[in-house]
Design a protein around this ligand. Structure first.
Ligand SMILES: [Zn+2]
Length: 501
């Protein structure tokens, strides 16, 4: 069978059988690892890898020890190859990396050529399963034999050190991954702990979505525990794939519709004196025009009116018991004030509001709780949507009030500057204070709401499922291997039930 680059004449991984070893496959090496010698764990006896084709079908391949000198250097993780003349073996064991009935074994006649046709083959090759499916394994008290890919928002992290009598210290990290209402526990050991730390460290803007690829679902002490397999498991944090975007939109939609969201409800409370005192702190008072033209960063007071809410991003944020939001993960979330590392996952809405004075306008980002004091919130309308939020702030739209903003980035006009809201107040005492100093100069005006109704990411999206199930995956590969009585075409066609990246 000829294999012409750029044409779809290569064989489908689903059609691999033990009786058929003349296949030619164009595949990406999703992951490769050294397999430790069973008797001498410090030695390696072979190299294993997971290969994926353009249909998103996966199969394990093994280079036996005696052929490592021929193939080991030739195969690089992440690259695409055209491979032919492979032996086919049954894929069995108490833990296997793919759902395929068979696996490849390299032999001395195997041909490996680098292939430039890599754009069509998935880079991540995720087959995400949801929390429901993970937790189902608990009912069967089963240690699931296939390695799977799981996804969720991190809601609890704990770093552990176990000390053993022989002086050995074993580090691990345990965390929870959440999918809407359900969550499951995960545990990583060894080098995966550092991988995890480094990846999560680079995230900001709320709790990250973590994907664990090639993990084991184990039944441990009466519960389900997802465990990393050292050298095999891959960790992805907020990966940019279609499934992940859909997963995130689904969560945003879930959060927006959740009746428990109470972010603006504190609006009924009186402003605290400490919040008013911030306005006496001698921050420089500037106009919006000055704020945008002067490159100086820092905290400033502005007298301006709010025109609109241009964007709303509901998400979960890690907060300390003192209500401080952790903005960065530094090995662990840590509050210096409380000397605490425990955090709660709290739903927050990040708002982008447009404000203006007589010299110009600016976009200011703010967490809902900072603006809550100005809101008049209808307690029966708890859903997070732009109408409810606009209504909550309708009474102050266009009113001249006092703002404390932190300028965090300076850019020219076409890029724009970044401002975070520190405090905002329409309190009489605050207004009078600035009026007395001659710094309350922006007039109020009547503003009409512009028609920017779909400002939440999830409001527009039609949601396709982002996860599959282990039963679907088992069926897909099983029916391909034993097509009798089942749909014969499935093995040879693209056969994938779910959209892939
Ligand atoms: Zn704290």
């Amino acid at each position: 069978m000829a294999c012409i680059e750029g044409k779809s004449s290569c064989d489908n991984i689903l059609s691999v059988r033990s009786s058929k070893n003349d296949g030619i496959y164009e595949v990406r090496v999703l992951k490769r690892w050294r397999v430790p010698d069973f008797f001498k764990p410090e030695m390696f006896d072979s190299v294993a890898m997971v290969l994926i084709d353009k249909h998103g079908h996966k199969i394990e391949a093994v280079i036996p020890e005696n052929l490592l000198c021929v193939f080991d250097e030739k195969i690089v993780e992440g690259r695409v190859y055209r491979i032919s003349s492979l032996s086919v073996k049954l894929n069995f064991g108490h833990s296997v990396s793919t759902f395929h009935r068979y696996k490849f074994e390299f032999n001395k006649n195997t041909k490996v050529e680098p292939c430039s046709n890599c754009a069509v083959i998935p880079t991540y090759g995720l087959s995400l399963i949801g929390a429901d499916d993970v937790l189902k394994k608990k009912e069967k008290k089963e240690c699931y034999k296939y390695l799977v890919d799981v996804v969720g928002v991190i809601t609890k992290v704990q770093h552990n050190k176990d000390f053993y009598p022989d002086g050995k210290v074993i580090r691990s990290v345990t965390f929870k991954l959440n999918n809407e209402r359900k969550s499951f526990c995960c545990e990583l050991y060894g080098s995966l702990v550092d991988d995890f730390k480094n990846l999560v460290k680079s995230c900001s803007n709320g709790l990250p979505i973590v994907v664990l690829q090639f993990v084991r679902i184990n039944y441990v002490q009466g519960g389900t525990l997802v465990q990393g397999v050292e050298n095999v498991t891959k960790i992805h944090v907020n990966p940019a794939t279609d499934e992940l975007l859909r997963f995130k939109s689904g969560l945003v939609l879930y959060l927006s519709r959740s009746a428990n969201y109470g972010g603006l409800l504190r609006s009924s409370l009186e402003p605290r004196l400490s919040e008013m005192l911030d306005f006496l702190k001698d921050y420089p008072v500037k106009t919006i025009g000055e704020l945008k033209s002067d490159p100086e960063l820092g905290t400033f007071i502005v007298n301006a009116r709010m025109l609109d809410i241009v964007k709303m991003d509901p998400w979960w944020y890690p907060i300390c018991k003192c209500n401080k939001i952790f903005d960065k993960y530094i090995g662990a979330f840590h509050c210096t004030k409380c000397n605490a590392a425990d955090f709660k996952a709290a739903p927050k809405v990040k708002l982008t509001v447009e404000v203006e004075d007589e010299t110009g306008y600016a976009l200011v980002t703010s967490f809902d709780h900072v603006m809550a004091k100005l809101a008049v919130y209808d307690t029966s309308a708890r859903e997070i949507n732009s109408d409810n939020f606009y209504r909550a702030f309708a009474a102050i739209m266009g009113k001249s009030i006092m703002w404390i903003v932190k300028k965090t980035f300076h850019g020219p006009d076409f890029v724009g500057c970044s401002f975070d809201l520190v405090r905002v107040s329409n309190h009489k005492a605050v207004i009078e204070y600035f009026r007395g100093k001659g710094l309350y100069t922006t007039p109020s005006k009547i503003v009409r709401r512009r028609l920017l109704s779909n400002v939440i990411a999830g409001e527009l999206n039609e949601l396709l499922p982002s996860t599959t199930t282990t039963s679907d995956l088992e069926d897909l590969y099983l029916s391909a291997a034993y097509p009798i009585g089942l749909d014969n075409d499935r093995a040879s066609s693209s056969g994938s039930k779910r959209p892939r990246e």
